[in-house]
Design a binder for this molecule. Sequence first.
Ligand SMILES: [Zn+2]
Length: 158
Amino acid sequence: MKETYVGKSKVNGKGLYIGESTKKGEVIDYIHGDIHVFKSITPKISKMMMDWIGVGRYSWIDTSQSKFRFINHSCVPNVALVSKRKVIAIKNIPKNTELYLDYSLNEAEDGWSIKCACGTQKCRKIIGPIQTLPKATYSRYKKYIPKNFQRIFEMENE
Ligand SMILES: [Zn+2]
């Protein structure tokens, strides 16, 4: 497990930073929090879900008691949630770098979308669930995408 800390984000409010240099493939940490299952999303639930990260089509991990609540999205991520709780580095990350997930890799809710201002050259501007990911992006990150989300993408992009 790596040392992480919360600091001012380069893209949005607060962000999560790595406190030590980390090599590609190394485990950053495990996300602690309850897993919630909902088959349909009401506006009330949708509000609660602000700090949740998808672990299945209808299930999410509640990060509100975890530092991962502060992790921001980038269309060029440097970490990935590769199972229900395990976050790994997907590139070599220097000490004191802000960590980013690509939220689309762990979300399958139809109609979910947010505007992105990550500022990277590969920015998709509007990000949506895994099934809306461009094929090239999917292929690039496939090995870091949990199997259940791979199946959702592949079923809907045949
Ligand atoms: Zn972006």
